[in-house]
Ligand binder design. Structure first.
Ligand SMILES: Nc1ncnc2c1ncn2[C@@H]1O[C@H](COP(=O)(O)OP(=O)(O)OP(=O)(O)O)[C@@H](O)[C@H]1O
Ligand SMILES: [Mg+2]
Length: 559
């Protein structure tokens, strides 16, 4: 992803739970890739982690007020003074991009009190804050640093679809980052690249390291255990030391936040849903305290031990009838067998998915599982994975697993091509509008008329390599309508193992469109479209053969 002009690479890990940013100079990187990465603190750090909570506070006019810990503190003060309701307070909102179907630029986000603001504005103002902070800090070290000398890397979960990725690009652009100087990085890939570097560096220093993981031919699985998502990628180290995916990225919304949510639900049902909700609705301050208590209490939990949480004073000594829980003074004590069920369910989601991935033919030679992301520090999760996957070598690459993705993203910005190929997670295909007729390739027996037959025109088959920077498909069409200027070709995906034959099949999902504007095309003129893939997006070039003109068209995934 090396950009010719960049003096500095800056990465933003915009996490579902916590965010971080880091940068390094090209000149420093060449002498020491790892120790020259600077981490910049965002809105006050907690002592435990170098990332900050992904929390943003906006004033009643909808303008940025604070980010991270500072936002948390300021909002707590507002809540104590009962002034919180006019402000906007967004926490852990990144996951909404994953769950939302038909994501568009006008999508709204709900804050803690249900107040709404445009998601694009919320993301953009967070990115702008982080960008300015990093740039200012970098400027202190590099005199006369220009904005166009910085290559920005923003991390995204590998399992995000094209719409969510394009949404982040739009937000970053709004935040003042030139899209030409921006690359999106897939989170588990960044983690894989960082782990590889740590191992290489360790070998030079002669320190102990699990180097065989990164020997040519070795296959390993990275499990990025974040706050929102669990992202799984399977890689093989090639002869050149680059990484090649052997099975497409997968995962789901089973990150650490799921535990918080389940503890919240458990306490709610112990206290009584209506009583609990009334208290939380009445006082934002108490709600914030409860959320914090759950997050902090969760970190200390060990299997077979009681869990204890401080409750709002309203619930002190409350009489309850719940088997396995009791309230003494202002604390709730939950028995190990009850609290372990909370963890069991969430962890089971991760383990059952991981088992399916490891049962695939493609992954049969995998020997190593690398656990990264903040949730990888969870003792109960670690123990379960070790027990369930005891035939694998389970590796925790460093003491700060939540920093691995961020550091890896910086390294990826300096490397020309650390990942040489990834595999398509779906079948990708085109839906051709009426007014165009495909000219069949000699070797195919494909249907040629699209006016009546809505064929799924294949772009990339599920599980096949996506060669970055290479052409993925080329199709030629004859214009069959009188006059055509705006052409919209739908982009579809299908998750089934077998490619669909018709776009009408239920499993087909429209994820975007290629939009091309031409000077009026005359009937019977011939047009060719060439589609290639860059790091994260499709690129389209359309050529009108008679005129020899070529147009670049846009793939839009924000429907
Ligand atoms: N010791 C611990 N026990 C349990 N959970 C933990 C522990 N340490 C961190 N976590 C959890 O890890 C998550 C944060 O990890 P990380 O910073 O990797 O997530 P993120 O990058 O914000 O999320 P995502 O990658 O999904 O966008 C939080 O849910 C946090 O509660
Ligand atoms: Mg993460």
């Amino acid at each position: 992803m090396l950009l010719f002009c960049s003096v500095l690479v800056a990465a933003i890990d915009f996490g579902s739970s916590d965010s971080g940013c880091a940068f390094s100079l090209r000149s420093d990187y060449e002498s020491d890739p790892i120790n020259t990465i600077h981490t910049e603190s965002l809105g006050g750090n907690s002592s435990k982690t170098q990332k900050s909570p992904t929390v943003v506070l906006m004033n009643p006019d909808g303008e940025f007020a604070a980010f991270g810990k500072k936002a948390e503190q300021q909002y707590e003060e507002l809540a104590l003074d009962d002034e919180d309701k006019k402000w906007f307070y967004f926490t852990r909102f990144k996951m909404q991009l994953f769950t939302k179907k038909g994501l568009n630029k006008d999508m709204m986000l709900e804050d803690i009190n249900g107040r709404k603001m445009k998601a694009l504005d919320v993301f953009a103002c967070c990115i702008e804050y982080i960008k300015n902070k990093v740039f200012k800090r970098a400027e202190e070290g590099v005199s006369n640093l220009q904005e166009d000398e910085v290559h920005w890397m923003i991390t995204v979960p590998a399992i995000w679809n094209e719409s969510a990725r394009q949404f982040i690009i739009a937000a970053a652009t709004k935040a003042g980052i030139n899209p030409v100087l921006l690359s999106l990085v897939l989170e588990p890939e960044a983690a894989a690249v960082f782990c590889k570097y740590v191992a290489i560096r360790s070998s030079k220093d002669g320190k102990e390291a699990k180097l065989e993981v990164f020997e040519s031919g070795s296959q390993f699985v990275i499990v990025d255990l974040g706050g929102g998502t669990v992202d799984i990628t399977c890689n093989e180290v090639t002869e050149t030391g680059q990484l090649q995916e052997i099975y497409h990225a997968s995962g789901g919304p089973w990150g650490g936040n799921m535990i918080n949510l389940r503890i919240w639900k458990l306490i709610r049902s112990v206290i009584g849903n209506a009583t609990f909700d009334a208290c939380m609705e009445e006082s934002t301050y108490l709600k914030l305290c409860m959320l914090k208590e759950i997050e902090e209490g969760k970190m200390k939990m060990k299997s077979n031990e009681k869990a204890t949480f401080k409750l709002p004073f309203e619930f002190s000594n409350k009489k309850i009838e719940y088997k396995g829980a009791e309230i003494i003074k202002d604390k709730i004590h939950i028995d190990p067998d009850v609290i372990s069920k909370v963890f069991e369910y969430a962890i089971e989601q991760v383990c059952s998915h991981l088992s399916k991935v490891l049962a695939r033919d493609e992954t049969r030679n995998v020997k190593y599982l690398l656990l990264v992301g903040g949730y990888a520090s969870c003792e109960i999760l670690k123990e379960t994975i070790k027990k369930k996957f005891n035939t694998y070598d389970i590796i925790h690459p460093c003491n700060n697993p939540e920093m691995i993705v961020l550091n890896g993203a910086v390294i990826m910005g300096h490397e020309s091509r650390p990942i040489i190929g990834r595999l398509a997670r779906y079948h990708y295909g085109l839906a051709v509008p009426s007014g165009l007729r495909i000219i069949p390739k000699k070797e195919t027996t494909m249907h040629t008329e699209f006016d009546h037959e809505p064929t799924f025109l294949p772009l990339i088959c599920k599980g096949t390599p996506i060669r970055i920077g290479k052409k993925v498909a080329q199709y030629s069409f004859i214009v069959t309508s009188e006059e055509l200027t705006d052409i919209e070709i739908g982009i579809l995906t299908c998750e089934d193992d077998k490619a669909p034959s018709s776009i009408a099949e239920n499993s087909c999902n429209k994820i975007g469109q290629i939009v091309a504007k031409f000077p009026a095309l005359i009937k019977n003129s011939k047009m060719t479209i060439i589609i290639s893939c860059d790091e994260t997006e499709f690129k389209v070039t359309a050529v009108i053969d008679e005129l020899g003109h070529s147009f670049s068209a846009r793939c839009s995934f924000l429907l």
